[in-house]
Design a protein around this ligand. Sequence first.
Ligand SMILES: CC(C)=CCC/C(C)=C/CC/C(C)=C/CC/C(C)=C/[C@@H]1[C@@H](COP(=O)(O)OP(=O)(O)O)[C@]1(C)CC/C=C(\C)CC/C=C(\C)CCC=C(C)C
Ligand code: MN
Length: 406
Amino acid sequence: MSGVLPWVICPKENASFAATTSYSLVPKIRAQVRSHNSKGCSRLNFSSGVFAAASLSSAVANPPRSSVEKVYEVVLKQAALVKEQKKERALDVRKEKGQTDSMTRGDLLNGAYNRCGEVCAEYAKTFYLGTLLMTPERRRAVWAIYVWCRRTDELVDGPNASHITPKALDRWEQRLNELFEGRPYDMYDAALSNTVSKYPVDIQPFKDMIEGMRMDLKKSRYKDFDELYLYCYYVAGTVGLMSVPVMGIAPESKASTESVYNAALALGIANQLTNILRDVGEDARRGRIYLPQDELAQAGLSDEDIFNGKVTDKWRSFMKVQIKRARMFFDEAEKGVAELNDASRWPVWASLLLYKQILDSIEANDYDNFSKRAYVGKTKKFASLPVAYGRALMGGSSKFAKPARS
Ligand SMILES: CC(C)=CCC/C(C)=C/CC/C(C)=C/CC/C(C)=C/[C@@H]1[C@@H](COP(=O)(O)OP(=O)(O)O)[C@]1(C)CC/C=C(\C)CC/C=C(\C)CCC=C(C)C
Ligand SMILES: [Mn+2]
C-alpha cells in the first residue's frame, strides 16, 4: 500500500478493558487443539454452541480472566449501546430531523464521504462494489469506518511505519477522542465524526484497534492462543464490532443483538487468523511469529523451524490444526450474516467467502506458507460473487440465537 493517506496526529489517552463476564469459546478450542496434538489425529470434536455464554463456577474463586472474557465485555457494551439507541429513537423522532445538516456543512461532509469512497475503491475494490448495494447513508458510513481502519493499520504497516512510536499512537488516539466529541481534525475524521454521531457506534473497538497497533510495536511472539486471540480481536475483531451498528440488523431478525455481534467478532478473528497463516513466511522475515508458542512446542516445532521455512510433516500437522480453528471462526461468523439487513449481507458474504478460500489455497500449496503466498485467483474470485449474492438473497433465518432481540 502506498502512502495516499495523510497522517497528522496529536495527544493521547489509554485504552482499557473492564470485563467481568465469563464466556467460553477459546478455552474449548484450546482444549480441542490440545487433545488433537496429544492424540496426533486430525479430527476435532467441536460441540455445539461454542459461543454460548457460561457462568463462572463458584468453585473457582477469582480465576484469571481469559481474553475471550475480556473481549466479550466489549461485545456486551456495544450491543447495549445499540439497544439503548433504539429506545431513544423510538422516544425522540425529533432527533432525526435535528440531524439535517446546513447546506455548506452538508457539502463539505459529502465531499469528505466521497473521498472516503474513493480511498475504499482504491484499496478494496470488491468490498467497495459490495457497499454500492447498501443504502447511500449506510454505504458512506462504512466507507468512513474503512478509511479510519486503513489509516490506523497503515501507521504500523505503511511506508512510515519505521517512524511510528507509541507516542504517535497516543496522539492518534487523542484525535479519535476528539472526533467522537465532534471535533474532527481533517476531512476523513469529519466523515467518521458524522458517522458516529448518527449510528450507535461505541468508541471502545476503535481504541482497541489502536491498542492492537501498540501491541504490534512491542510484541513479536504469542505465548498461547489466548494472547493471540486478544491480538486478533484488537486488529480485526474490532472491525466487526464497528461495522454492524452501521450495516444494521434485519428488522425481522429474531437473533439477540449480542449473538450478531459475536458473529461479527468471529469474522474479524477468522480473517485475521487466515491473514496470519497466509503470511507466516513474510512475518518471519520481519522477525515475527504470530503463532501460539505453546502449540508450536507441542507440535515439536521451534522458532528456528519457522525461520528455516521447511515444510515438514510436523509443520503440515500443525497447520492443519490452525486452519481448522480458523474455519471454526468462519463457521461461527456465517451464522450471523443472515441476521444483517438484507442490503448489507452481500458485501459481508463476499468478503467472508473470499477470505475463507485463502485457507483452501494454503492447503493447495501443500502448507508452504514460507515461500508461497496463498491467494484467490480472479476466476475463483468472480465465481464467488454470485454465490455470495445468492446467499445474501436467501435471507435471514435466526437459526442460532435466542431469546428474541428486544
Ligand atoms: C463488509 C465488510 C467486510 C465490512 C468491513 C469494512 C471495514 C470497516 C474494513 C476495515 C478493514 C481494515 C482496513 C482493517 C485494519 C486492520 C486490518 C488490515 C485487518 C485485516 C484485514 C484484511 O486486510 P488485508 O488482507 O488487506 O491485510 P493486510 O493489511 O494487507 O495484511 C483483516 C484481516 C481484518 C478485517 C476484518 C474484517 C473485514 C471484519 C469484517 C466483519 C464484519 C464486517 C462483520 C460482519 C457481520 C457479521 C454478523 C458476520
Ligand atoms: Mn496490514
